[in-house]
Structure formats: C-alpha cells, structure tokens
Design a protein around this ligand. Structure first.
Ligand SMILES: Cc1cc2nc3c(=O)[nH]c(=O)nc-3n(C[C@H](O)[C@H](O)[C@H](O)COP(=O)(O)O)c2cc1C
Length: 170
C-alpha cells in the first residue's frame, strides 16, 4: 500500500471485532510512531498500552461514555513527558509532536488492516487516575486500535483545495 492509499483509506473506526491485535502488529504501529519527527528531536511522546477489559471500561467512562472505545482490544493512551517547551513561533511542541506520532500510527494501522479513532473528548485527570500516570505527564489523546467490523462506507468530507490553499500571499 502506498502512502496516499493509506491516507485515503484511513477513516475513524468506531466498531471493532472481538479479535485481539497481535503483538507483532502492535509493535509495528508503535515503531511507526517512534520514527516520527519532533521539534529538536525531543521525542516527548510516551504510550500507555491498555488491553485490560476493566481498565478499558474505565477509560470509556472517562471519555464521556464513548462505548466503542471499550470494544477495541487495545487503547493507546498517548502521553507527553514534556518540558513544555514553546517554539519561537509561539506554539508548544508537545501536542504537535505527539499528534505526528499518532498520525504515523493511524496510517501504519491501515496497512496492517487495523482501524483507529482519535479521541480528544476525555477527562485528563480521570485518565491519569485510572492509569496511575504521574502529575507532570500530559495525556494528549486516546486511540482505540483493533480490527474494524467492516470497511467504512462513510464518505470523507473535506474542504476542497481551493478553499484551504493560498499561493504566495494570504
Ligand atoms: C484531535 C481529534 C480528536 C477527536 N476526538 C474524537 C472523539 O473524542 N470521539 C470521536 O468519535 N471522534 C473523534 N475524532 C474523530 C473525528 O471526528 C474525525 O477524524 C473527523 O470527523 C474526520 O473523519 P475521519 O477520521 O473518518 O476522516 C477526533 C479527531 C481528532 C483529529
């Protein structure tokens, strides 16, 4: 599968088969995340891999009862062990860097026949309590990972290039 195919095929998966993700595949998607670029190569991302059913149920509650999260056999809890460095441009590095790693993960997952969904709707304090995550660590996203029940028929709704790109000047 080439990169554009993976990009076009990736869609939010909100229904998962009751089938475990093989360790080998999990390691490949994590390796894709590990290879991501980051500001000054800080690599502040940290991933907590949750397979335990009861812990997944707790994460569901911390994520506003988005039940499908608990149906995925794996939830990747993407964190940052960060010095909160802000780049010259005014943007903090860590949410950007963690997001890049997660995007690598989503695309690698597609190639392996796996599905993912970004989850930003969750209570960080609650997630930290559930997983015993130290105070100084930030939780950036939750990402369920598993085999989709079926390929999504939902059309990708995106703005046209003319709307989002300007050439030379705003
Ligand atoms: C940062 C971020 C947070 C998101 N949070 C949630 C979420 O909490 N729950 C959910 O069901 N989808 C969530 N999504 C998925 C988006 O709704 C989805 O990516 C968007 O509608 C485009 O659809 P697609 O992923 O199928 O291309 C999130 C996506 C991103 C990038």
């Amino acid at each position: 599968m080439n990169v554009m195919d993976a990009i076009r095929t990736r869609k939010s998966v909100r229904a998962y088969l009751d089938k475990p993700v093989e360790d080998e595949k999990l390691n490949i998607v994590l390796e894709a995340g590990r290879m991501a670029p980051s500001a000054s190569n800080r690599q502040e991302w940290r991933f907590v891999i949750v397979r335990d059913v009861d812990t997944r149920k707790k994460l569901v509650r911390a994520a506003g009862n988005q039940l499908f999260i608990g149906k995925a056999p794996v939830v990747i809890v993407a964190c940052a062990d960060t010095d909160e460095h802000v780049m010259k441009c005014g943007q903090p590095c860590y949410p950007i860097d963690v997001a890049i790693a997660l995007d690598h993960i989503t695309l690698m997952a597609v190639e392996l026949g796996l599905g993912t969904c970004w989850i930003g709707h969750f209570d960080e304090k609650e997630v930290k309590k559930i997983l015993d995550i130290p105070e100084k660590i930030r939780v950036i996203e939750l990402m369920p990972l598993g085999y989709p029940t079926k390929p999504s028929a939902v059309e990708k709704m995106r703005l046209p290039l003319e709307k989002i790109v300007r050439y030379e000047q705003w």
